[in-house]
Design a protein around this ligand. Structure first.
Ligand SMILES: *Cc1c(COP(=O)(O)O)cnc(C)c1O
Length: 369
């Protein structure tokens, strides 16, 4: 028999780091024998899914013998009327993650470059590596603020895509509207992918979700997801809004039935569920403020966030504290993968979850002192 060792995957795959998701609740419960485990690690909606989405899924169950609508026309209609664009400006995908992969497949050749802020969402790098493109990282300035001039300077003739994540995961910081405009005007031949996964939580006067620049005709894809404020991460729906010619190119690499039927109907319902969105926004805003107040009391550095998570610096014992939080039943995201070994990123939970997290963290910090 021939050895399977002689079967070689593409060279560029050597560059891919496996994605590290937050540990699921059941795993921590099982490993540590804990009854109460709360997950504040994946920026999910702590209030649960949109009830309208749940009802829509229940109604859709009897039609599961049918293939989904390849065009996702009802969902696209709902998205276009919300953003005041046409369905031709919209592509729906199996989570926004799939959109990042499709954009990479549509626009990147081997040897091309993408420009990404750092630290940011790891899927941008993944998309580049599967295509054999390379990643140019641009660090944030003081306080993890966007430095638009550094982003512009990083662009070369090889640059095909610039990613902007705003509010940025994991820092929670945003790029002001006037800097987006400056960037777009400075780099006319480069596609800008504007990731607004957390846009619905953002409350700064100079915030933009990028949609206005799509409508103004710039080469920009405004990326969105149903996994965060809409609370349906489990069914996987994301979408992009862009000028029609860009959408046409991305559609060429999309599989026909990429968004399943239940996901389509759930998302179309969730996007109209203003009650759930508003409640989620308010819960998040007060949770964030509680974190700031308590971190101040504990003397911890943190970055003010426009999203549903806060990056906090626990100090040189960051890893130990992360482990101790886990042992107490609290899953947060450890910052080492972003080059921030003293930090953790904590998602805002329900008021009860937030109190529990703060209570445990204060005790651990007190023990340290
Ligand atoms: C969660 C997230 C997404 C969306 O992911 P889905 O694949 O839609 O679940 C996109 N971008 C960022 C920065 C995120 O944090």
């Amino acid at each position: 028999m021939t050895s399977t060792n002689s079967i070689r995957a593409r060279k560029t795959l050597d560059n891919i780091q496996p994605y590290s998701p937050g540990k699921p609740i059941w795993e921590v419960q099982k490993e540590l024998g804990l009854e109460r485990v709360i997950k504040l690690a994946s920026n999910e909606n702590p209030l649960g899914p949109s009830p309208k989405a749940v009802a829509a899924i229940q109604n859709g169950l009897t039609e599961l013998n049918r293939y989904p609508d390849a065009d996702a026309s009802v969902l696209k209609e709902a998205i276009s009327s919300k953003y005041n664009v046409t369905p031709k400006n919209v592509i729906t995908t199996n989570g926004a993650d799939e959109l990042i992969t499709l954009i990479s497949e549509a626009f990147l050749e081997q040897g091309d470059e993408i420009v990404v802020p750092s630290p940011s969402f790891s899927e941008y790098d993944f998309g580049a590596h599967i295509m054999g493109a390379s990643v140019v990282q641009v660090p944030f300035g003081e306080g993890f603020r966007y430095d638009v001039d550094r982003l512009i300077e990083a662009v070369t003739e090889k640059t095909k895509i610039i990613y902007i994540c705003s509010p940025n995961n994991p820092t929670g910081t945003h790029i002001p509207k006037q800097d987006v405009e400056k960037l777009l005007n400075a780099v006319s031949d480069v596609l800008v992918v504007f990731d607004g996964a957390y846009s619905q939580y953002a409350d700064a006067a100079d915030y933009t979700d990028g949609m206005e620049f799509v409508k103004a005709g710039y080469p920009i894809v405004a990326l969105q997801t149903f996994s965060k404020i809409y609370g349906i991460a489990g069914v996987r729906v994301g979408f992009g809004v862009a000028p029609e010619s860009i959408i046409q190119s991305i559609l060429k690499v999309k599989e026909p039935f990429n968004v399943n039927a239940l996901a389509q109907t759930a998302a179309a319902a969730a996007i109209t569920d203003t009650e759930h969105v508003n409640a989620s926004y308010e819960t998040n805003k007060s949770g964030r403020e509680l974190f700031y107040r308590k971190f101040d009391e504990m003397g911890l550095n943190y970055t003010e966030s426009l999203a549903n998570f806060v990056l906090v610096q626990l100090g040189p014992d960051g890893e130990k504290l992360y482990q101790e939080l886990m042992a107490s039943g609290i899953i947060v995201r450890y910052g080492k993968t972003w080059g921030l070994p003293e930090h953790v990123r904590v998602s805002v939970g329900t008021p009860e979850e937030n109190e529990f997290f703060i209570e445990v963290l204060s005790k651990l910090m007190a023990k340290q002192a």
